[in-house]
Design a protein around this ligand. Structure first.
Ligand SMILES: *[C@@H]1O[C@H](CO)[C@@H](O)[C@H](O)[C@H]1NC(C)=O
Length: 287
């Protein structure tokens, strides 16, 4: 298994180097979610960028704070501007201690009590004794945090292929509910690529267990796929049940351009997502 993974990894490194990746502002591999704004800096060298990861979670990127205040906390609220009326946002460890120094840190903060980002007006680093704002960012009007996206039904069905509503869970994860396929293709895979329709110029996606074998029979099963390597849904135009031997598309979905999905942070950050805990065996291969 380990060796298999290693060889596969090497092959992928070459394939991905050759794949013409659409750039999306160069965001592909560093996609962090939807940008909320740059932190306005007033005191104590507070700075960094704030992104929304999902409805409840902020990602602070390149965050700085000198740690020299006595009573500073992450603080959020619904008033017009930061002030005493607000609530404490636990730190990246879920703790509510006085904040210490941060030097160019990336981490996520989840709002308490299932509060949503769209329910607050601002997020700040705030001194609760002196009622002083060290840095803040405002949630833009009509802000839409990333969320899972439901995409269209499969088109061009044959070989008994049918699915429920395919969901993009984050930038690397696709769930195919109620997947059915009669297993009759010789060399058939989950297959992704770029271009107007599925073609043999594509790439295998490991199955729900991380294997690259031809697809077995599926009978109304919910399948979770993880795009391999650095590939994200921003890099692909379609997902197909594709038979490589006959260059035949048994069914496919179009991936919309730049869908507003959560980033796939689990591998790069200590980030516990609030998503269903389906196991992601395929990730192990690429470690
Ligand atoms: C597939 O399974 C779901 C529940 O998981 C069920 O509601 C649905 O009726 C099933 N469909 C078929 C065609 O058996």
């Amino acid at each position: 298994m380990y060796q298999y993974g290693l060889i596969y990894n090497i092959i992928w490194t070459f394939l991905l180097a050759a794949l013409p990746l659409p750039t999306l502002g160069g965001e592909g591999s560093t996609y962090r979610g939807k940008h909320v704004g740059k932190i306005n800096s007033y005191h104590h060298q507070v700075g960094g960028d704030v992104y929304a990861v999902n409805e409840y979670t902020l990602l602070l990127a390149g965050f700085n704070y000198d740690g020299n205040a006595q009573d500073a906390f992450f603080w959020a609220g619904t008033s017009n501007r930061p002030g005493p009326q607000g609530f404490l946002v636990p730190d990246e460890h879920g703790k509510t201690n006085v904040l210490e120094r941060y030097l160019n840190k990336d981490f996520t903060l989840t709002l308490p009590d299932n509060k949503k980002i769209t329910e607050i007006n601002w997020f700040a680093l705030y001194d609760l004794t002196k009622h002083n704002t060290f840095g803040d960012v405002y949630i833009p009007e009509e802000f839409e945090p990333p969320a899972r996206q439901i995409i269209t039904q499969l088109s061009r069905r044959s070989h008994g292929v049918s699915v429920g509503s395919v969901e993009l869970i984050d930038a690397k994860t696709i769930i195919i509910p109620e997947f059915t396929y009669n297993g009759a293709g010789k060399d058939t895979y989950f297959w992704v690529g770029v271009g107007p329709q599925p073609s043999s110029k594509g790439f295998k996606v490991p199955d729900e267990y991380g294997y690259l074998d031809p697809l077995r029979i599926y009978n109304n099963e919910t399948i979770k796929l993880e795009l391999p390597g650095d590939l994200t849904i921003f890099d692909i135009d379609w997902l197909s049940i594709y038979d490589v031997a006959s260059s035949d598309n048994y069914g496919s979905v179009i991936i919309p351009d730049a869908p507003n999905v959560p980033p796939a942070l689990s591998s790069t950050l200590d980030y516990k997502s609030a998503l269903p805990a389906l196991s992601s065996t395929s990730l192990v291969i690429f470690k």
